[in-house]
Design a protein around this ligand. Structure first.
Ligand code: NAD
Length: 298
């Protein structure tokens, strides 16, 4: 069997089109959806991510503010900037780019963002709502994975799903969403991690495997059931034949011989994460301004 490719670029394009239409109708109602990104320091990868987010906003008609803070500044400067954005009625989404310098407490920053403007969905209030099945903002990567599963025609109800990785930004919220009693959930989910015994036995028993580990090509074809759907969240830079290249957490070549459908890296989950930030931002604009936004991401 050679797997169908789940084209994240194409799905992300469709999501962006829907966001652009929503942004246009918000604008017609007098609301200019606005996202503020906050970057502290000059980590090159973070600089790239922030500039991509700024470009993505421009493409769909979302205003973007680009707040920069010196990497050596005291943590209070970051909290003050976040407080100012929380209070600014023209700003609807606030995103603080991680990782942060050592003098900053990551948890405190997550809690500092107004939960109504928390487009990353990391604030404890928003994670709590997600667990209660009443999500306000679903973190962008899990939301992107759910949309890709829907596009691949996966009926999650009753499906056996293995999520490899238990991070707060991907593995845990995704597992929670997939077990939630609704049309994009109702799965039976096993969460695997660094202390899981016999990972291959778990993944081999799954209808769907989601890898969010950060270990290059950890999941290979021998660890999959014939016809399984495989979603690769990983983004790992490795040296191959003297060149730097990107690979996922799945060994794509062996996995596609066994899987029924698979996401590539790049071009799978990555573009979906970016698109879902735009979805959360127009939804935040609606919420903050009290305007109905009928944009279903999944
Ligand atoms: P993390 O680094 O916070 O956590 C990794 C998880 O993998 C941990 O829960 C750990 O227990 C588990 N793990 C580590 N080694 C393991 C092993 N050998 N077997 C089983 N489990 C193991 O993870 P994260 O922030 O969720 O990121 C995971 C990967 O996804 C990284 O490559 C990251 O770059 C990528 N990522 C991609 C996107 C995207 O948009 N595509 C978004 C977020 C993260």
């Amino acid at each position: 069997m050679t797997a169908d490719i789940i084209d994240g670029d194409a799905v992300a394009d469709a999501v962006r089109d829907d966001v652009a239409t929503t942004a246009e109708s918000l604008s017609a109602a007098g609301v200019e959806p606005t996202l503020a990104t906050v970057l502290m320091g000059s980590d090159p990868a973070s600089e790239t991510y922030v500039s991509l987010k700024q470009d993505d906003c421009a493409e769909v008609g979302i205003e973007a503010r680009d707040v920069r803070i010196d990497g050596d500044a005291p943590a209070s400067e970051l909290y003050d900037a976040v407080a100012e954005l929380n209070d600014d009625p023209d700003v609807h989404g606030v995103l603080v780019q991680q990782p942060l310098p050592d003098q900053v407490d990551d948890d405190e920053v997550v809690r500092a963002v107004d939960p109504r403007k928390d487009v990353d969905g990391f604030h404890p209030e928003n994670l709590g709502r997600l667990v209660r099945g009443n999500a306000r903002y679903v973190p962008c990567t899990p939301l992107g994975v759910q949309r890709l599963l829907a596009e691949a025609g996966v009926d999650t109800a009753g499906a056996d799903v293995v999520v490899v990785g238990r991070s707060t930004i991907v593995g845990k919220p995704l597992a929670t969403r997939l077990t939630t009693k609704n049309d994009s959930g109702n799965a039976t989910v096993t969460v695997c991690h660094s202390r899981t015994d016999d990972l291959a036995a778990k993944t081999r028993a799954a209808d769907v495997v989601v890898a969010a580990v950060g270990v290059p090509e950890l999941v290979d074809g021998s660890m999959l059931a014939e016809g399984a759907v495989v979603v690769d969240v990983g983004i790992n830079r490795v040296e191959r034949d003297g060149e730097s290249t990107l690979v996922g957490d799945v060994d794509y070549e062996s996995a596609r011989e066994v899987a029924g459908a698979i996401t590539p890296v790049p071009g799978g989950v990555g573009p979906m994460t970016r698109a879902m930030l735009l979805v959360n931002t127009v939804r935040a604009a609606g919420l903050v301004e009290g305007v109905d936004v009928a944009l279903e991401a999944v």
